[in-house]
Write a protein that binds this ligand. Structure first.
Ligand SMILES: *Cc1c(COP(=O)(O)O)cnc(C)c1O
Length: 417
């Protein structure tokens, strides 16, 4: 049940009314945010709206239950049984793990405890690498993520990251990946992105990793929902480790998840607990189980198929109006508008869109000349509005709204200069 279905019972509003009874300040601010979310056109590619059942699990009594360790150890009382009373959260966690293997039709080991996508990457990289080891990945400017080797992040501070490039159209350059893999002999090759609109060739990456004897890790934080729904090729059976968030296209609670080949299970599990985290968030794990149930429904498959259809039409409409879409289009839920030819920055457009009830984010584009705080592009995605029922014609309308905002902004900026 999403916003569009909430005429009779509004879980969010009920919650807000409840909170207001004990804190008017917090309750009123959440209410303002709720109204902003309902009224705005939400185009942030990493966001989505989860179901009321997922939300209710997040707010449930599991929130305060401590259960350090893993269900099998907690049950047997051997290793890691630090707390009593875990019998029901053990069942929930085991059920969650079982379901997630079904979602991706895999016999990989799964760990549902990461608190977020970044925590999942922190654990995964530390599970198989030593400080100073070399990792080949995509940098932030080309669409990667902070945890893929950014200098300010743990990843860049701990490991020796080298980066493959995109070609001049913005596509991942597999020849460059192979050349750099042969040149730098990385211990791990990382594929996956936060702002990349094309299919990633996991098979080709896997072959290169094999050729140079590197681990192959996929971070599918953005596209996991598309993989689950069968509209993006799956990294399973190619990657040794797969990390993800559960709150982006998967439309679940905010959190992370790790899959790995069974032989890496011990390394991954101990990298989450006790290395990276303490007690797992059992309320979020319950919500992850509900998210997995939802992701296996036909309705979800239809949803992700519509997300991709909407995105293609949305990108094409910008192209028809003469805009530059990075890579010329999209295969997934996201694309970047390259605004280098305009006088304003990505940040200017983000702010102007905010004033007009459209939420999106500034983003670096390939060949970026502005700073990451300014940028020359914006990133848009179709996952949240598709959840709210948007179809192709609705996105065409949004494209024209953004075009109008851009044209007005350009006139103003030119006059200022
Ligand atoms: C969003 C994202 C993450 C991090 O997720 P958080 O839950 O925000 O920590 C990691 N990797 C990629 C590619 C992402 O897009």
């Amino acid at each position: 049940m999403f916003y569009k279905d909430q005429e009779n019972c509004d879980y969010n509003q009920n919650n807000i009314d409840f909170i207001k009874k004990s804190s008017t300040i917090v309750g009123s601010l959440i209410e303002k945010e709720y109204n902003r979310q309902k009224n705005n056109i939400e185009l942030i590619a990493s966001e989505n709206y989860c179901s009321e059942a997922v939300l209710a699990a997040c707010g449930s009594c599991l929130s305060w239950k401590y259960a350090e360790g893993y269900p099998s150890d907690r049950k047997s009382g051997n290793r890691g049984r630090y707390y009593g009373g875990t019998e029901f959260v053990d069942e929930i966690e085991e059920y969650a793990c079982e379901l997630w293997r079904l979602v991706f039709d895999t016999d990989y080991h799964v760990n549902v405890q990461p608190h977020s996508g970044s925590q999942a990457n922190f654990a995964a990289l530390n599970a198989v690498l030593k400080p100073g080891d070399t990792v080949l990945s995509m940098n932030l400017d080309n669409g990667g993520h902070l945890t893929h080797g950014n200098a300010a992040n743990f990843s860049g501070k701990t490991f020796n990251f080298v980066f493959y490039d995109v070609d001049d159209k913005g596509f991942i350059d597999m020849e460059d990946v192979r050349e750099k893999a042969l040149k730098y002999k990385p211990q791990l090759i990382l594929a996956g992105a936060s702002a990349y609109s094309r299919i990633i060739d996991f098979k080709a990456f896997g072959q290169i990793a094999k050729e140079v004897g590197a681990y192959f890790m996929v971070d599918m934080a953005h596209i996991a929902g598309l993989v689950a729904g069968g509209v993006h090729p799956s990294p399973f059976n190619y990657a040794d480790i797969i990390t993800s968030t559960t709150h982006k296209t998967l439309r679940g609670p905010r959190g992370g998840i790790i899959f790995c080949r069974p032989e890496l299970a011990k390394k991954i599990d101990s990298a989450i607990f006790p290395f990276a985290q303490g007690g797992p968030l059992e309320h979020i794990i319950a919500a992850k189980a509900i998210c997995a149930e939802e992701a296996m429904k036909d309705e979800f498959k239809e949803y992700v198929a519509q997300v991709v259809k909407n995105c293609k039409v949305f990108a094409d409409e910008f192209t028809k109006m003469g805009y530059k879409v990075v890579t010329g289009g999209t295969d997934n839920h996201v694309f970047l508008l390259d605004l280098k030819d305009f006088s304003f920055s990505g940040r200017d457009l983000q702010e102007r869109c905010d004033e007009n009830g459209i939420t999106l984010n500034k983003n670096c584009v390939p060949g970026e000349k502005r700073s990451p705080m300014q940028t020359s592009g914006v990133r848009v995605g179709t996952a949240p509005m598709t959840t709210r029922g948007y179809k192709e014609e609705d996105f065409i309308e949004v494209a024209h709204k953004i075009d109008k905002i851009i044209q007005e902004l350009e006139v103003e900026k030119k006059e200022e200069q």
